[in-house]
Design a protein around this ligand. Structure first.
Ligand code: BT5
Length: 284
């Protein structure tokens, strides 16, 4: 006969609450088995459907969740990009957010997106031999098409940084046919590129491992090391681009991304302009 003590029941309950609603496609057991990180993903919440993993992560951070807590969902009903743009997030994708609490100045928190996009691109290169590239400020591309977008949101209190939520959306086991028509030309997925499906759990573990490595480099060595390696896989540099900033279009050549993470463009009329936000399109 098994006698369950109060402590056993408490433990079982807390383990269950870690996965909250049980997921169908993503197995928490497989994640726990494969995870090689020290902190990132050691506490992980898996959901079938949420509005946005960034929203759930922010709520957890407000409840004092520890650094490295991860929220992953099989589907998002209100996935977001920058400026509240819609992020299409059907089943089959990898949609997750990480709570980070870096001891850096608030202005430097925006540089974390470079560490994360570098980590995602390198994971796709290493795991699948894809020629993944980064595009300023927050995209990962394969064959010139967007496969992943990253949304970092910083929360401050009394001007000092409280936490950062980094949301990663990677189009994985989705076919382009499932993506809205207007996005199909500029979008790709792992399923399209590899002509097969991938195991989401081991992919998530590889991504979390690589993200933890680059985040640690960012904290210990600073932004310069990240930026140097990021630029090596940024094929838009040196190309003719169109930049859209606050609804206004600019034409020029993408010259550099500077030590603050700003995009430097030599405009067609000859002047040089630095952009803090915006979207770039490479002109053929
Ligand atoms: C991004 O914004 O690229 C950041 C996307 C971050 C998504 C993750 S998923 C987990 C976490 N939870 C969230 O709610 N968000 C994060 P931005 O650079 O603003 O690009 C948004 C634009 O990308 C849209 O306006 C569309 O044009 C396009 N888009 C939307 N869904 C897409 C998809 N699945 N694949 C490729 N492009 C997409």
């Amino acid at each position: 006969m098994i006698i369950l003590k109060r402590t056993h029941i408490k433990l079982a309950f807390s383990l269950y609450s870690l996965c909250e609603k049980m997921t169908e496609m993503i197995s928490i057991g497989k994640i726990k088995k494969n995870l090689q990180t020290k902190r990132v993903g050691r506490r992980i919440y898996c959901y079938k459907v949420v509005s946005s993993t960034n929203n759930v992560a922010k709520k957890l951070a407000e409840e004092n969740a520890s650094e490295g807590t991860v929220v992953v969902a099989e589907e998002q009903t209100s996935g977001r990009g920058r400026l509240d743009r819609k992020w299409f997030s059907p089943k089959g994708g990898l949609w997750f957010s990480i709570i980070l609490k870096p001891e850096v100045k608030t202005v430097d928190a925006s540089k974390i997106v470079f560490a994360v996009s570098l980590a995602v691109a390198n994971t796709l290169r290493k795991n699948f031999n894809l020629k993944a590239e980064v595009k300023w400020p927050n995209d990962v591309l394969v064959n010139g098409k967007k496969i992943c977008g990253i949304l970092t949101e910083s929360v401050t209190s009394d001007k000092s940084l409280k936490y950062v939520v980094v949301g990663v959306g990677l189009n994985s086991n989705i076919s382009v046919k499932e993506i809205p028509r207007n996005l199909r030309e500029s979008t790709t997925t792992l399923k399209e590129e590899l002509e097969r499906e991938v195991e989401l759990e081991s992919l998530l573990c590889s991504l979390l491992f690589q993200i933890e490595q680059e985040y640690t480099t960012f904290l210990n060595k600073g932004f310069a090391d990240i930026l140097k390696r990021w630029k090596r896989i940024a094929s838009f540099l040196g190309k003719r681009v169109e930049v859209v900033e606050a609804g206004k279009k600019y034409d020029g050549v993408a010259q550099d991304v500077d030590e603050e993470g700003l995009l430097v463009v030599r405009l067609t009329e000859g002047t040089v302009k630095k952009f803090t936000v915006g979207d770039i399109k490479v002109r053929l």
